[in-house]
Design a binder for this molecule. Structure first.
Ligand code: PLP
Length: 416
């Protein structure tokens, strides 16, 4: 009898090193070449006609058809390689789009699916740039955002159910900077029952792609600031969107071609080289952060540490256990002694550096109330837990004992 074995499927950390790149197309180079051309020579006039028909959506490519590249604002080889190689890192994804920043990725979602008169639901608090996009750019265009507090599952379901002309549910979880979690599966279940069939997009920058998998919770889009953990060295700006449905990615590619916000060749090449280590880096960063968070929780100068393993609210514990595999590299804490104590602490650090951004191999610490969250009204800010005594830490891959020693000496020296 002919008993055919199913094909062997490699795991994500292997796939990221083996798929999506053909050395023979880079003169045998073991790493992709960088293709900086702005325009591409067609193999024939017929092929040029065919490429335009496909790029403009008048025709669909046949499976395995080799479509000529046209012009680098539309796509280029390094973007195509990166988009192929990143797919296995996001469970459930079948296609990806790369952008020249996380904000470019987020903006492109709204400009692709929303028109004046449409609404979207979003969780608060949100990344400062997204907050600015919603209030200063989308709102004046007549695209109306409806906020819902992160972590309030019942209110989120009600808000989604009662929204009209609803196009998008945009979730950031865990929410920056006190890590409040939102139930992705509850949002997608509610969105599925809605007559407008809104897309559910999850900003997965904080825990993905290693520790949280939105597409497995039925979300339509997993969105990244690749500037953070994906790149990991605080030396490039980029964004990525992944989806189960390739036609959704094709639509985003179409908007991107006109906005001109594709990730450039050199940046694609750099980011591509970082993908095989993202899981290694994030595992080490999460282990470091957990040891530090749990130790600092007992420190006499700290009144509260925000970190997933220290959650007390039963709903937060439930969401964490349902959708996160590990607690991640971000923690924040409140100091006794308010803003003065927080500033003293930042000034006293000798290993960790005072900077915004996160996800790099080096440890960074900031004061959200006066920097990343300073655009919020005082009321919104305090309601979101961004007090004057709060500092946020992005833990790197240094030896955790050295970091803890640094934090302790900086705490001891407060007020001196
Ligand atoms: C940094 C960040 C963004 C924006 O990404 P850029 O690459 O800076 O444009 C969006 N969301 C979250 C959660 C972020 O941390």
């Amino acid at each position: 009898m002919d008993s055919k074995k199913p094909p062997y499927v490699v795991r994500p950390t292997t796939a990221v090193l083996t798929r999506g790149f053909d050395p023979s197309l880079s003169v045998g180079s073991a790493r992709p070449a960088v293709f900086r051309s702005s325009t591409y020579v067609f193999s024939s006039p017929e092929s040029a006609e065919r490429s335009f028909a496909i790029a403009l959506g008048r025709a669909q490519p046949r499976p395995d058809e080799n479509v000529d590249l046209i012009y680098a604002r539309i796509s280029h080889p390094n973007a195509e390689i990166l988009e192929d190689q990143i797919v296995p890192l996001e469970p459930g994804a079948r296609d990806a789009a790369v952008f020249n920043s996380g904000m470019a990725a987020i903006s492109t979602i709204f400009f692709t699916v929303c028109r004046p008169g449409n609404t979207f639901v979003y969780t608060t608090p949100l990344y400062g740039g997204t907050y600015h996009l919603i209030h200063q750019i989308l709102e004046p265009f007549g695209i109306h955002g409806i906020p819902v507090r992160a972590g309030d599952t019942g209110m989120m379901r009600k808000t989604i159910a009662s929204a009209r002309n609803l196009r998008v549910v945009f979730i950031e979880t865990p929410a920056n900077p006190i890590l409040t979690m939102t139930d992705i599966a509850a949002a997608t279940a509610e969105a599925k029952q809605h007559p407008d069939s809104p897309l559910v997009a999850v900003d997965n920058t904080f825990l993905g792609p290693t520790f949280q998998h939105p597409l497995e919770c039925d979300a339509d889009l997993a969105v990244y600031s690749a500037t953070k953990f994906l790149s990991g060295f605080s030396d490039l700006i980029g964004g990525v969107i992944l989806a189960r449905d390739p036609s959704l990615i094709a639509e985003l590619h179409g908007t991107r071609a006109i906005l001109g916000n594709i990730l450039q060749a050199d940046e694609c090449w750099l980011l591509d080289g970082r993908l095989p280590t993202v899981t290694l880096r994030m595992n080490r960063q999460s282990k470091n952060a957990q040891r530090i968070a749990e130790d600092l929780a007992r420190h006499e100068k700290i009144s509260k540490v925000h970190y997933p393993t220290l959650f007390e609210d039963p709903e937060q514990v439930r969401i964490r256990d349902a959708q996160c595999r590990f607690p991640g590299a971000i923690l924040s804490f409140e100091l006794k002694g308010g803003k003065r104590a927080a500033f003293d602490f930042l000034r006293n650090l000798q290993i960790a550096r005072c900077a915004v951004s996160l996800g790099g191999v080096e440890t960074l610490v900031c004061h959200p109330a006066t920097t990343t969250h300073s655009e919020m009204s005082e009321e919104d800010r305090l309601n979101s837990g961004v007090t004057d005594s709060l500092v946020r830490v992005s833990v790197g891959i240094e030896d955790w004992r050295d970091l803890l020693h640094d934090f302790r000496q900086a705490l001891d020296a407060i007020g001196e």
